[in-house]
Design a protein around this ligand. Structure first.
Ligand code: ASP
Ligand code: MG
Length: 314
């Protein structure tokens, strides 16, 4: 039994697609996607296919409903992120990226955050033997190239949305997680982003605020060699990433520290036991990038068929 009104749903969908803000942002997003791809290909990265269903996916660091299905008698999950697939693929393929559709069944109250869709695309990037700093540099360059690309290709849309869209001076500012909390309190992301007029890096995010897979500083227990980037003007998270833990014993220790079921990660941990090399990477949310560039109140306005938490739609 369906308890949604399909007629109303279709009506909402038609209205949404006819909204000039939606049409402008989708046009801009097309430029952003193309530009991010071009930036990576020019630097020797290869695009690989997305994985949609797997016995292994990102545990995330916040609660979501669990999209697990039984396939041929075994459990498989819809992809929350390809973090482990990236780490595994890069061992052979060296420099990769994926336009990766992710399903994260966020809880209903996230509907009004302006930042959450339960289906979205991230451009997920990974490089073998690279440091966090190399990846941060790459992220800044890619973002600036995409902003310049939109500026030259989408003048009419930017004018309609009253947005400027200029590349930012590099390097972007950095603040350590600990200092961010001390100076701005627990809601530092919101505060720093609101105050900022250019993107700001948050670095050294501790294990308690992260998934188990990012690498710990060898001499700073509990502090990770990772990063988030915040958009200015209150748009908050642009990307997250880091160096990855690659030593089997350390990975197992972290899974235990995060009180996670070891069983869920065996496809990764058994492989790590055979020996893998360090890699680094990050993922940029395409819809959030578009939302920021377009200055929109909700990220749903950047997607033709937005999946708003708590709502069933086309
Ligand atoms: N793809 C990862 C995520 O969704 C980001 C990363 O590369 O660390 O959390
Ligand atoms: Mg993550």
């Amino acid at each position: 039994m369906m308890n949604i009104n399909i007629e109303d749903g279709i009506e909402r969908s038609i209205k949404h697609l006819a909204d000039p803000r939606v049409q402008s942002s989708i046009k801009i997003q097309s430029t952003i996607r193309q530009s991010l791809r071009d930036s990576l290909v020019r630097r020797g990265f290869m695009e690989i296919s997305p994985t949609l269903l797997s016995p292994l996916t990102d545990p995330l660091n916040h609660p979501v409903y669990d999209p697990c299905i039984t396939v041929y008698g075994e459990k498989m999950w819809l992809t929350k992120s390809m973090i482990f697939h990236k780490q595994i693929a890069v061992q052979q393929l060296k420099k990769i990226f994926i336009m990766s559709p992710n399903i994260r069944l966020e809880t209903e109250e996230k509907a009004s955050s302006g930042r959450h869709l339960f289906e979205f695309t991230q451009i997920d990037i990974e490089e073998l033997d690279a440091s966090r700093e190399v990846m941060m540099d790459l992220a800044e360059v890619m973002i600036n190239e995409a902003l310049a690309g939109v500026r030259s290709a989408n003048g009419a849309e930017l004018a309609f949305l009253s947005r400027a869209c200029r590349p930012f001076p590099r390097p972007f500012n950095k603040i350590a997680f600990q200092d961010a909390v001390a100076n701005y309190g627990e809601k530092f992301e919101e505060r720093i982003s609101k105050e900022a007029t250019a993107p700001v890096w948050i670095v050294d995010i501790p294990l308690k605020a992260r998934e188990f897979y990012d690498r710990e500083y060898p001499d700073r227990p509990g502090i990770l060699r990772d990063m988030d980037l915040l958009w200015p003007e209150g748009y908050q998270e642009a990307l997250s990433g880091g160096e990855r833990e690659f030593q089997y014993e350390k990975i197992m220790e972290r899974i235990r520290k995060k009180e996670q079921a070891e069983e869920q990660f065996r496809w990764f941990t058994e492989l790590a036991k055979r020996g893998i090399r360090m890699s680094s990477g990050f993922g940029i949310g395409i819809e959030r990038f578009t939302r920021y560039v377009c200055g929109l109140e909700h990220v749903g306005l950047t997607n033709p068929f937005p999946k708003i938490p708590g709502t069933v739609s086309l």
